[in-house]
Design a protein around this ligand. Structure first.
Ligand SMILES: O=C(O)C(=O)C[C@]1(C(=O)O)C=C[C@@H](O)C=C1
Length: 448
């Protein structure tokens, strides 16, 4: 029990990328997660000012106000909560050989009583050894694996079949961190992860930007003319769309869960007519031939990933920080809230690096009678407005007074406001020619 109170932290910093997986692992699936007793919920709710110590900060960073009904309700929908008629707090753990670790442990320790905390429990080193366990979506050779290795050199990367499984792996202590893509310079936002950030209680503790260098892979001996199909992750397909056409390939495009998984699929099924878009590392891992190298439509193709943890980090002012928030408007404000929010940052000279809007899950449409909308004289009726949740990234640390003041102002126009994280910006230079699958990329120096 004591171990779960210990903040998981990173291993030693390193500037060398060491891809941690020598042989492919099976991805973690949500079905590998079963219910098992225990784990007190860490309450992220907070009423009050941002304090200087870690405990205050951890609370403050999660929720800035008491107006958390929306987010809280989202949280209720996650499967880690009580089942009807069951008064035990449940969480999910992986099944090992058909038996959960907890069950296996019971074989050895018949009665498990709470143990007192020791100094060792509170030490910053991960409890499970020197390596941080980092969940990512995809299979070995995926860009997300390379991003995990860039964020946390020497980590144990844990492949997951879905983004949701990566979130759950961290929430359930199967992993210490998750590294997930949120946007790409060509393909745009990865909306699924924005939605999941809101539905889960993890905190953004860092970001990495990864140059993505795509290859066209086929079975050894296969020529381009034999191809009728190209499979890959939808983002990868869209990032190579023009190049594929320019290459004169008359192929159908088909979506796959991840790039490396597509390469593995072609290899495992001996598909002579199908190519995959994936990394050079995936080609090595699955014995594929590189038919074309660097097929992304823009040589500066970059994907931004966020690092997620169960606990927020303490924001600092000694290096460039970014803060990510999500909010929804008061009923009376409508989308005009966006103007007011942007002003709160502009007046304080805080730059924004990202704005994203997503449908408001619980109230996607707002109805407004013509009489109350002040429409004046037209045919009576009901206006149907789409309602949004807004995600904003701004360039300031939450340790800065101007950021705190801006958020206090934003809070006035919003029905809920949540700080997703305040974290160091990835400032590492990256060379366009270096492949994301290369083992020489440097870490962002911000392992949190
Ligand atoms: O499929 C992979 O290899 C991934 O890591 C996923 C992903 C994405 O979701 O955007 C990551 C980076 C690239 O932009 C293409 C695909």
């Amino acid at each position: 029990m004591a171990a779960i109170l210990t903040p998981a932290t990173t291993g030693p910093h390193s500037t060398r990328l060491a891809l941690p997986i020598a042989k492919p692992k099976l991805p973690l699936q949500r079905t590998h997660l079963v219910r098992c007793v225990h784990r007190p919920e860490i309450s992220p709710f907070f009423h009050g000012a941002v304090g200087a110590n870690r405990a205050d900060w951890q609370s403050a960073c999660a929720i800035l106000s008491s107006k958390v009904a929306t987010a809280s309700q989202h949280h209720q929908q996650t499967p880690q909560h009580h089942e009807a008629g069951d008064d035990t707090n449940h969480s999910l753990v992986p099944v090992v050989n058909g038996q959960s670790p907890a069950a296996a442990a019971l074989d050895l320790v018949p009665v498990q009583l709470p143990q007192p905390l020791t100094i060792a429990d509170l030490s910053p080193a991960p409890k499970h050894g020197s390596h941080l366990r980092v969940a990512y979506q995809g299979v070995p050779g995926a860009y997300s694996e390379a991003a995990a290795a860039k964020a946390y050199p020497n980590c144990d990367a844990i492949p997951c079949d879905q983004f949701e499984a990566a979130f759950q792996a961290v929430e359930l202590w199967v992993a210490d961190r998750a590294v997930l893509p949120v946007e790409n310079s060509l393909g745009g936002s990865i909306h699924r992860n924005y939605d999941l950030l809101l539905r889960h209680r993890l905190h953004i503790v860092g970001e990495v930007q990864l140059p993505v260098h795509h290859c066209l892979l086929a079975l050894p001996g296969v020529r381009k003319e034999q191809l009728t199909r190209v499979i890959s992750h939808p983002q990868a397909l869209s990032q190579c769309e023009h190049t594929l056409t320019a290459m004169g390939l008359n192929v159908a495009r088909e979506a796959f869960d991840d790039t490396a998984g597509a390469a593995e699929y072609v290899a495992l099924n001996g598909l002579q007519d199908t190519a995959a878009i994936a990394s050079a590392r995936a080609a090595e891992l699955y014995g594929m031939q590189v038919l074309a190298d660097g097929i992304q439509d823009d040589s500066g193709n970059v994907t931004r990933f966020v690092m997620l943890a169960r606990e927020p980090i303490v924001p600092r002012v000694d290096r460039p920080f970014k803060t990510s928030i999500v909010f929804a408007a008061h009923d009376s404000e409508g989308t005009s809230v966006l103007f007011k929010v942007l002003s709160a940052f502009a007046f304080r000279d805080i730059g924004l690096t990202k704005i994203e809007s997503r449908p408001h899950r619980q109230r996607p449409i707002r109805l407004e009678d013509e009489t109350s909308s002040g429409g004046g004289g037209g045919a009576a009726g009901t206006a149907k407005h789409f309602e949004y949740t807004f995600y904003v990234d701004f360039q300031a640390s939450l340790a800065e007074r101007r950021a705190q003041n801006a958020l206090a102002e934003v809070q006035e126009f919003t029905s809920f406001l949540r700080v997703l994280g305040s974290y160091p910006m990835d400032m590492t230079p990256w060379s366009i020619t270096s492949s994301s699958s290369s083992s020489s990329s440097s870490s962002p120096g911000s392992q949190q």
